[in-house]
Design a protein around this ligand. Structure first.
Ligand code: HEM
Length: 245
């Protein structure tokens, strides 16, 4: 977005980014984002470019049954939010774990070719979702872990717990940057598997490789317990992490 519209005065920003947003302020930001996306969609409709948004507009306009206008705008805003907030949060989360786990940074500095494998392990090890957010509704009666979920009932999946499942991962609570067998669920599973997973993997690899190359001496500039964490949001991440190099 080019600029963020000022919130109405009655929704003054809460003190400190650690606090969840005031619901009115959150709604205001959501409305602003959807208005911005609606404008962008209108622009692409008149002047298409080679980008994804133009292709989505075309998909809607060529066959109006496939996507309503509201779905198009919401999907575009969803892609932006899902593609931005996740990666910008997971990058510092990964750096924090690397800087605070004895030997982890040295392993990657000595063997930078491990970065792609390390990214998968960091995705497994670090819970990005602050909670189990999205319910799944059973379309038929199904037994899960000895519990009967009836058709129409929700089941809530905790990805972070699944990623530390001892029956799937050897030494599940240990960060192993050389782990070869790693069927983690960090990008979800099934029909809703993250559509941006390959892009995210590429971003995470490039960031770690670049940091190792340009700032091999990177270290926390404050005691390990000092960085502060956001709360009340879907994703779990740092408010601030002072570093030195
Ligand atoms: C570290 C980065 C990322 C993580 C950890 C992540 C994680 C996830 C997870 C766990 C899901 C599944 C949610 C569910 O089960 O309902 C998901 C879905 C999704 N992700 Fe990502 N994601 C990341 C980056 C991205 C990027 C870069 C994009 C887009 C450019 C993106 C777009 C989406 C979208 C649109 C969905 C919904 C897919 C659907 O419901 O069919 N994500 N992501």
């Amino acid at each position: 977005m080019r600029s963020r519209p000022a919130p109405p005065a009655e929704h003054a920003a809460p003190a400190g980014d650690r606090h969840p947003l005031d619901p009115g302020l959150a709604q205001h930001y959501l409305d602003s984002l959807l208005a911005y996306m609606g404008g962008l969609v209108a622009r692409r409709r008149v002047e298409p470019t080679g980008d994804l948004l133009s292709a989505m507009v075309r998909a809607r306009d060529d066959n109006v049954d496939r996507l309503t206008e509201q779905e198009l705008v919401t999907l575009a805003a969803g892609l932006l939010a899902a593609g931005h907030e996740t990666t910008v949060t997971q990058i510092p989360n990964m750096v924090y774990v690397l800087l605070t786990t004895p030997g982890a940074g040295d392993t990657l500095r000595d063997r930078p070719e491990l970065v792609p494998v390390a990214v998968e392990e960091l995705m497994r090890f670090i819970p990005l979702g602050a909670t189990a957010a999205f319910p799944r509704y059973a379309t038929e009666d199904v037994e899960l872990g000895g519990v009967l979920v009836r058709a129409g009932e929700p089941a809530v999946v905790n990805i972070a717990a699944a990623n530390r499942d001892d029956t799937v991962f050897t030494d599940a609570d240990r960060l192993d940057l050389t782990r070869q067998v790693n069927p983690h669920l960090g990008f979800g599973h099934g029909v809703h598997h993250c559509v941006g997973a390959q892009l995210a993997r590429m971003e995470l690899r490039v960031v770690l490789e670049t940091l190792l190359d340009r700032a091999p001496g990177l270290r926390l500039a404050v005691p390990v317990e000092e960085p502060t964490w956001k709360s009340g949001l879907l994703v779990r991440g740092l408010v601030a992490m002072p570093v030195a190099w």
